[in-house]
Design a protein around this ligand. Structure first.
Ligand code: CAA
Length: 247
């Protein structure tokens, strides 16, 4: 039976590529995305997947809210099966230089990018441990590794993922559950294209690969880390950033 793989932010730029790649690798991919998404966006996404031959369920939730995550994961487990792979990919930016950053910009980013990791992982962790198999992948960022001016909120959450992973990895590797992260660089998604044009051009000029990354380049790293044979890799981070920054 195919293992159920849940991707949060599954309808977004990186998430869609992850869902496609996991399905192609024989997983039962399930997208979880924001319950504030317009129904037409979700419908179009489902129709696009159907046209590709994928029947991908979409569940809507608020990953900043523990109860919403609990309800959603219970529903997925009842309707589809036990969640054995979790990719915490949902994330937002609210960029501002620190002196201009509002408490709301801080709060929204911390809750969406970091509380979400606790809220979702908590729902699936005990089941994974009980079944002696699980894969958790948290999506960090090059800007968690190196910090980025204008992103003290975002960089804090993405660096926070490393600490969370390294701690949890030690607790569960004996039980067949691994916890890793991927740190994408600047990928060709809406999030990156939203950067002011002059700033974005400077960013691209600084990438040794001289281009933005492709979402599929992150997705294939997700497939690798969630493979049956990846059980000895845990607490690790893989950077996929075109040479922009190294560990
Ligand atoms: N380092 C240090 N100082 C910098 C800087 C940098 N990288 N960039 C700008 N500054 C300075 C400027 O020189 C300027 O200084 P003065 O006021 O003394 O002239 C000051 O900071 C203000 O700069 P801006 O004019 O850019 O300020 P702004 O308020 O108009 O815009 C911003 C601020 C929205 C944060 C804008 O600078 C920006 O978009 N920066 C890019 C941030 C970024 O890379 N975000 C990544 C988003 S994608 C993502 O997050 C995905 C991922 O994981 C990689």
């Amino acid at each position: 039976m195919s293992r159920v793989a849940v991707v949060t932010g599954g309808v977004g730029g990186l998430g869609t590529a992850m869902v496609q790649a996991l399905a192609a690798a024989g997983r039962r991919a399930v997208a979880v995305d924001y319950n504030g998404l317009k129904p037409e966006v979700v419908d179009k996404w489902k129709a696009d997947r159907k046209a590709e031959g994928l029947d991908t369920p979409v569940y809507l939730a608020d990953v900043t809210n523990f109860e919403s995550c609990a309800e959603t994961c219970k529903k997925i487990e009842a309707e589809i099966g036990p969640i054995e792979i979790l990719v915490n990919n949902a994330g937002i930016t609210r960029d501002a230089m620190f002196h201009k950053m509002s408490p709301e910009q801080w709060d929204q980013v911390i809750k969406t990018n970091l509380y979400s990791v606790f809220n979702m992982t908590k729902q699936v962790y005990e089941g994974m441990v009980a079944r002696n198999w699980g894969r958790i992948v948290n999506i960090s960022s090059v800007n968690g590794l190196r910090g980025q001016a204008g992103q003290s909120n975002y960089s804090a959450t993405k660096a926070g993922i490393y600490g969370f992973n390294k701690a949890l990895a030690q607790e569960c590797v004996k039980k067949g559950v691994t916890v890793n992260s991927i740190s994408p660089g600047y990928m060709g998604t809406e999030m990156v294209r939203a950067i002011r044009e002059d700033v974005l051009q400077k960013v691209i000029a600084g990438i040794p690969a001289a281009r933005l990354g492709e979402p599929s380049e992150i997705a294939r790293t997700v497939v690798f880390l969630t493979d049956e044979e990846a059980g000895y890799i845990t607490g690790e981070d893989i950077t996929v950033n075109g040479g922009l920054y190294y560990h």
